[in-house]
Design a protein around this ligand. Structure first.
Ligand SMILES: [Zn+2]
Length: 429
């Protein structure tokens, strides 16, 4: 039965290879043309042929290349404000440019030519200080100067697709995809799917992402440009749309933002009677106690709304909080509503609620001096002040960009790879 286990992985590997090599020929061609240069086909090792060896130093490396001590001293000194060359890590690559000595007189004896070859005059040194950063140290007459520049980064769109068998991470692994991209994918759909709790076997995903390359080597990953996630048979699509300086975000094919804003307040026309304070004298307990929420004064029975879509994780009596509702909005945000008089019909643990849905009514249950709603906001499990949270825009695509967005959306959605087949794989279990 081994082949049954191996086949899907082979399939994934093949698909990934196809994705890596056969993708988006039109766009790669354009990029190649833009960055075309004689050095284009050369690898990093060919462009930067010298390397600082293990347990060695730049000085030793340069002396081996016949650079004279005085030049080394001068260039190290010149580079000092930018980079301490004495501390370059082994493995650092560099290249040298030598200057031809001006011919002062017509001498062409064997000795003179040998002498020249022994001590070539260094003109420039280019050190690759990271995958993309280059420090250039160069000489003009007897003075040394420095200049920083970057190796051109090429962006190549590539696609991946996966199917969940045990976890999202495992599906990335099976697709030979960098797991950091799963983090990016789960952030894109954070408002649509609770990736900590709602991922199911046979959920499927497919993406097109920007691969960053320097001289043919992958140096990192850019934005996911388009993604689709199928959760329990429901499909969610995300299209990245960017207008320099104006907007950048993920949108549904209809142009709606995938982000959702929270309502400004869980109560319409409420008056804030107590703000979020790390230190406050508690009116009933008569001790200093932080007030880790916002109080809204309102008459008993005033409807309380969920500030965002999510799932009810608690609906019941909770000590000093009295009748309490807690909602988990996604893997980052949770809210809590306390001192309620009662719960709206159908509100119980596990129930899904929409943004703005009435979940309960203002009361004064638990430790409370009068009718009010105590509202709490949690980010990554910690109390935060809801009135001080800044959320990115959740506006839809503006009308003026709609036509352009739709053309773009159609194009990138077609570039997504085929789904991984579900039936074959699930037969294994
Ligand atoms: Zn309160």
């Amino acid at each position: 039965m081994l082949w049954r286990k191996v086949t899907p992985y082979l399939l994934l590997a093949v698909c990934t290879l196809i994705a890596l090599y056969a993708l988006y020929p039109a766009s790669s061609t354009t990029l190649n043309e833009v960055h075309d240069s004689p050095s284009k086909s050369l690898s990093t090792e060919e462009i930067y042929p010298h390397v600082i060896e293990k347990n060695s130093s730049l000085y030793v490396a340069l002396r081996k290349l016949n650079v004279d001590s005085l030049s080394i001293q001068k260039l190290v000194k010149a580079a000092k404000p930018e980079n301490n060359l004495a501390r370059l890590m082994p493995g650092t690559r560099f290249r040298l440019v030598f200057e031809e000595e001006p011919v002062t007189s017509y001498v062409d004896s064997q000795e003179v030519r040998e002498e020249k070859a022994k001590s070539p005059v260094l003109k420039e040194m280019h050190i690759l200080t990271s995958t993309t950063d280059v420090l250039k140290i160069y000489r003009l007459q007897d003075q040394w100067f420095t200049e920083s520049y970057q190796e051109p980064v090429e962006i190549e769109p590539v696609t991946f697709s996966g199917i969940v068998q045990t976890s999202l991470w495992e599906s990335a692994d099976a697709a030979n995809m960098n797991p950091e991209l799963i983090g990016q994918l789960s952030e894109i759909f954070a408002w649509q799917i609770d990736f900590a709790r709602e991922v199911r076997r046979n959920d499927r995903w497919r993406i097109m992402v920007e691969k960053k390359m320097v001289r043919g080597e992958t140096v990192g990953w850019g934005d996911i440009r388009v993604a689709e996630y199928e959760n329990e048979g429901r499909s969610y699509k995300a299209i990245l749309f960017e207008k320099e300086g104006e907007l950048k975000g993920y949108f549904s094919p209809e142009g709606k933002s995938l982000r959702k804003m929270f309502l400004k307040s869980p109560i319409k026309f409420a008056r804030i009677s107590s703000r979020f304070q790390r230190r406050r004298f508690h009116p009933i307990l008569k001790v200093n106690r932080p007030h880790l929420g916002v109080d809204y004064a309102a008459p008993i029975g005033t409807p309380v709304r969920a500030v965002g879509a999510g799932r009810v994780t608690y609906a019941g009596w909770r000590g000093g909080g009295g009748k309490t509702i807690k909602i988990r909005h996604n893997s980052v945000y949770k809210t809590a509503y306390k001192h309620l008089n009662g719960y709206a019909k159908g509100i119980r643990r596990g129930k899904r609620v929409e943004q703005g849905q009435i979940i309960g009514y203002v009361g004064t249950t638990g430790l409370s001096t009068g009718p009010h709603l105590h509202f709490e906001f949690f980010k990554h499990g910690k109390f935060v002040d809801p009135l001080r949270q800044e959320f990115p825009s959740a506006d839809p695509i503006p009308k003026k960009f709609m036509a352009e967005f739709q053309a773009h959306s159609n194009e990138v959605l077609q570039a997504l790879p085929d789904w991984q087949p579900v039936s074959e794989l699930s037969a294994n279990f």
